[in-house]
Design a protein around this ligand. Structure first.
Ligand code: EPZ
Length: 417
């Protein structure tokens, strides 16, 4: 397994162009299952999760041609609607194929995704919503099997929690159902808007994406479409936090800064010196960074995917901070590793208590989930001495060749097989 070695006391200069969003790209790629025409996607990130999704789609018979950051997908000759455990266990987002396959095939068999490092990750909200569209489900020997007689039928669905994946699954299934569907208490993440924009380019009739109520008027056919994926707000937020931690002038480019309002407000309240444009954030050195208290929440609240990163910053800030994680039940895997690097963080139930004014010292640490891994990289950049981060495959799932991306802006990060 690859590991990376990071020299502490890193310099950071210049700017970085943010790539396409993993969490927008995955559902948009899945939407190709609904169409018999080409779907051309642009500005895709080059990540392990994309390769996993390409393998999964190909296993159904989707033809996928990749040319750098562009994909052409065609689902004219689908041959099966079963997703194997081996493919699904690598990436939870595989469950997103359930709705489109049921819409197209009237039946689907997907290995249950199982839990992951940050929680049990149930799919009850997905299944409940799809059942309301007319799907009969049974779960046995680790698979969820769905079947629908005739076409899916539009209806009103109220989610018990604004689940991102469930909103996407149901929206895709309803796109070609008979009649009108309304999703109430829908997730409002920007990635939902990106998916709706792409589906509408393919011929869907979706309105209200980005609000908590989405209306989908079922249509019969989809057409050839081109779509360029939005940029990755979590990667943008990660590198913004890195620059604040290193207290260096740095610019994060090619973003939609409106997607980062909660992080921007939090960093400013901590004393960060930020210059915000529509498509970039420039971090300037600040006199002092102070601790604060945050609670993660569904968009537009503070994103759970930036919780681990801001925790590393809080360890350096003056004064204590608190983070309450309200989205996932076990998303503090990075705490013990940050403590190995010199942080002093205690957990009580869903809240982490972070002592400020700490100094990170290089050590060997273990990556766990995708965002926990990058919080260790941020801490390592500020540490005294060298840090070795093991199991960086977690990192590769969400950050394109981080050693090259950051390496071009000053830090010394070396990957070893
Ligand atoms: C998406 O996951 C993202 N992944 C996650 O990013 C992100 O952390 C999460 O949304 C929240 O913003 C992708 O978009 C591929 P949820 P998703 O359904 O859809 C519970 C990353 O780092 N829940 O909104 O799985 C669930 O257990 C990843 O890029 C149910 O109980 O998130 C969790 O506690 C990590 N039943 C909460 O809701 C369900 O049927 C939020 O989950 C579905 C979810």
């Amino acid at each position: 397994m690859d590991k990376i070695k990071i020299k502490g006391g890193a310099n950071l200069f210049g700017s970085i162009n943010i790539p396409g969003s993993k969490n927008a790209a995955l559902p948009v790629m899945v939407s190709s299952l609904l169409s018999k025409e080409n779907l051309n996607l642009h500005n895709l990130p080059k990540l392990q999760d994309m390769n996993s999704m390409i393998s999964l789609l190909r296993s159904f018979g989707v033809s996928v041609n990749q040319n750098n950051h562009t994909l052409t997908l065609n689902s004219q000759n689908l041959k099966n609607s079963t997703a194997s455990y081996d493919l699904v266990r690598k990436m939870r987002a595989s469950i997103l194929v359930l709705g489109p396959l049921l819409s197209r095939f009237r039946e689907a068999k997907i290995s249950l995704p199982g839990g992951c490092a940050i929680g049990t990750r149930p799919i009850d909200i997905h299944l409940d919503g799809l059942s309301k569209l007319g799907v009969d489900f049974e779960i046995d020997n680790g698979f969820v099997k769905g079947r629908v007689k005739g076409k899916l039928t539009g209806t009103t669905i109220t989610l018990t929690f604004p689940s991102v994946g469930a909103t996407e699954n149901i929206m895709m299934a309803a796109a070609q159902a008979d009649g009108i569907s309304i999703i109430n208490n829908a997730a409002q993440e920007p990635e939902i808007i990106d998916l709706a924009v792409c589906l509408n380019k393919m011929g869907a009739k979706i309105s209200g994406a980005g609000s908590n109520s989405i209306k989908i008027v079922g249509v019969n056919d989809f057409y050839q479409a081109d779509h360029s994926i939005m940029t990755d707000r979590i990667v943008a937020g990660t590198y913004t936090i890195a620059a604040v931690m290193l207290n260096k002038e740095f610019t994060v480019k090619n973003i939609n800064s409106n997607h980062l309002n909660s992080l921007i407000e939090t960093l400013k309240s901590m004393g960060a010196n930020l210059k915000i444009d529509e498509s970039s954030i420039t971090i300037l050195p600040s006199n002092k960074i102070y601790g604060t208290n945050i609670e993660t929440a569904p968009y537009p609240g503070f994103p759970t995917d930036l919780q681990a990163q801001v925790m590393a910053l809080m360890s350096l800030a003056e004064g204590t901070s608190q983070i309450t994680e309200k989205i996932f039940e076990n998303r503090f895997m990075h705490v013990s590793e940050l403590n190995r690097l010199g942080a002093n963080i205690k957990i009580k139930n869903d809240t982490a208590y972070i002592e400020g004014g700490r100094k990170f010292k290089g050590a060997q640490v273990m990556a766990s989930d995708l965002r926990a891994s990058v919080s260790l990289v941020l801490a390592a950049l500020c540490a005294e001495g060298e840090t070795q981060v093991n199991r960086v495959y977690h990192l590769d799932r969400g950050y394109e060749k981080i050693e090259e991306t950051l390496g071009k802006c000053g830090p010394s990060i070396i990957r070893e097989k």
